[in-house]
Design a protein around this ligand. Structure first.
Ligand code: NAD
Ligand code: MLT
Length: 529
């Protein structure tokens, strides 16, 4: 069988490449030009990039077989994630693998720019000796303003506190507890932070909101002689505003690892003596690249095997320790979703999922997604997956509602599902057995036990003698073994529900024979693969 194909367009560690090569057909094309990549991307199942390759809509549309984009690193601003999501392409990154390196590089830039280390280094190596031009500024007792107290910002906060700096931070998206935890004084506005800081370092993602967030206005509000560092993404500190503030002397020094245009050549900021620059080196340590390389390779291999991938950007995060707990519920939800279009051809406009009992206390989005994936699979087959299921439902006008309900009927966990349009409704409830197996315990008001595995025949029958016997005989005559069977009724003598798990597929003739049994109202065969 042909092995899945992956193209790696930027440098990844040897260990990472070795992991890929074990299972995949690997093409390494470091720095492949855009035109060439557009020509060949249609032949690959996976793409691994760092920050240079632009995975935009045009590339995604050309990538007809692509199933996963692996971002060997943290920032995903070079990847059009919504376009990937629409096309069912998983985007995974390695958010924790290079954070220490980036935090340490930030400290390096801060120290080297405030103490003029690279300038002094070049000077002395050119055979001269002088100290006066390189007099710097201490960190001790100064205030550092951190914009974005996420993974890297918080590591920078901890490290700078040990220099006896006062740490203040602006991040409107995190709870107060996080400021306390990292010893940072919370600033409610960027203006407050900018006014009080001797040093400003930015650690936000690059997006519409953060591009140019430190601009002319903010630098004008800053203290005279403020020092700035950007080891996050080019443009978060506006390069034009910084250039003007360096010219006027408002900014005493800048340490920059990232630029609005990369690769950055002839950037006018390079002309300033008090600007220290590095070529996007924040993550470039032996340790970080080894972690990043192995981590992304493992994730891409998992994604291509169809296994759960830990750092998928376009899926809700399920913590590693929660995966085991969620797994049978994911199976249950997918199975419940898959029933509707197996028994009905009517379009749906509403899906309501109620999580009752302990499960209600968990983050359940992944279960809702599993249910929708299951729902759409009978009509869209492998065009729908966990990544695009919600988008696909939205495109079909299906509104999905997720609610929490009270603990019910002695079930520790119960997931209730209503799938409906204006004149058609399917109601199901499911839980796990005491051994942790998914089981559907309610089917349109009948209390039952449907084990969603293999083939299940569901029939409504008149609740009287001489119906069940002839019905089960049809299976025997067709050589189909019955594995399990359950009969349920709402009212004695009315209509009952028979659920029969069988060991083989039910052929058309057997189905016709089952339907022809006297007292049988309707028969549906469900398949759970
Ligand atoms: P993160 O997601 O852990 O943290 C980002 C923080 O920014 C979050 O706490 C978020 O709430 C905050 N934030 C978002 N918008 C904000 C706004 N408008 N104002 C204030 N705060 C805001 O990210 P991280 O892993 O810490 O990475 C931070 C940055 O560093 C990213 O841009 C990433 O791409 C970059 N990075 C650069 C290098 C490098 O080589 N130079 C290496 C790794 C990461
Ligand atoms: C990142 O976002 O991880 C960094 O920019 C480093 C990199 O791209 O290698």
């Amino acid at each position: 069988m042909n092995r899945p194909r992956v193209i790696v367009t930027e440098r990844v560690s040897e260990k990472g490449m070795a992991i890929l090569e074990k299972e995949l057909d690997v093409t390494f094309q470091d720095g492949i030009c855009r035109e060439d990549l557009l020509k060949v991307i249609g032949e690959y199942d996976a793409l691994i990039v760092r920050s240079v390759t632009q995975v935009d809509e045009e590339l995604v549309n050309a990538a007809k077989r692509l199933r996963v984009v692996g971002r060997a690193g943290n920032g995903i601003d070079n990847i059009n994630v919504p376009a990937c999501t629409r096309n069912g392409i998983i985007v995974a990154n390695t958010p924790d693998s290079n954070t220490i390196s980036a935090a340490e590089h930030t400290i390096g830039l801060l120290l080297s720019s405030s103490r003029n280390l690279p300038q002094a280094h070049s000077f002395i190596k050119s055979g001269k000796w002088d100290r006066k031009p390189f007099r710097g500024s201490e960190l001790n007792g100064k205030t550092v303003g951190i914009v974005g107290l996420g993974r890297i910002g918080s590591m920078v906060a901890e490290r700078l506190a040990s220099f006896n700096m006062k740490v203040i931070a602006y991040d409107p998206y995190i709870p107060d507890e996080r400021f306390l935890r990292f010893g940072a004084e919370k600033k409610s506005t960027l203006e407050e932070l900018v006014k009080e800081s001797d040093f400003i370092t930015v650690h936000t993602p690059r997006n519409q909101e953060t591009m140019g967030m430190i601009g002319r206005k903010e630098l004008a509000l800053a203290k005279d002689g403020v020092r700035v560092v950007n080891c996050a993404r080019g443009g978060i500190i506006s390069e034009q505003a910084l250039l003007e503030a360096l010219e006027s002397g408002k900014v005493a020094s800048a340490g920059l690892d990232v630029f609005e245009e990369e690769p950055a050549e002839n950037n006018p900021l390079f002309d300033f003596k008090n600007v220290v620059v590095t070529p996007h080196l924040g993550a470039d340590t032996k340790e970080a690249q080894e972690r990043v390389g192995t981590n992304i390779a493992e994730q891409v291999v998992k994604a291509l095997r169809g296994e759960m991938v830990p750092n998928v950007v376009n899926l809700p995060t399920v913590l590693r320790q929660d995966l085991e707990f969620f797994h049978p519920f994911i199976e249950l939800c997918e199975a419940m979703g898959s029933i509707y279009f197996q028994i009905s051809k009517a379009p749906i406009d509403r899906v309501e999922i109620t999580y009752c009992g302990e499960i209600a206390n968990h983050e359940k989005e992944i279960l809702t997604i599993a249910l929708i994936k299951g729902l759409l699979t009978p009509i869209l087959s492998d065009r729908v997956n966990y990544v695009n299921a919600k988008v696909m439902a939205e495109e079909r006008g299906i509104k999905v509602y997720e609610k929490n309900g009270k603990k019910e009927k002695g079930y520790i966990n119960l997931i209730k599902v209503k799938i409906q349009n204006h004149n058609h409704k399917l109601e199901l409830s499911g839980t796990l057995t005491t051994t942790g197996e998914p089981v559907i315990v309610e089917f349109n008001g009948y209390e039952t036990d449907i084990i969603p595995h293999g083939y299940v025949v569901v029939a409504e029958n008149e609740d009287r003698p001489r119906v069940i016997g002839p019905f089960t005989t049809v299976f025997g005559d067709a050589g189909i073994n019955i594995a399990m069977m359950r009969v349920a009724r709402r009212v004695k003598g009315d209509v009952a529900l028979m659920v029969v798990n069988v060991d083989a597929e039910v052929d058309q003739q057997t189905l016709a024979n089952l339907k022809a049994v006297d007292g049988i109202r309707n028969v549906r065969v469900l398949s759970f693969q």
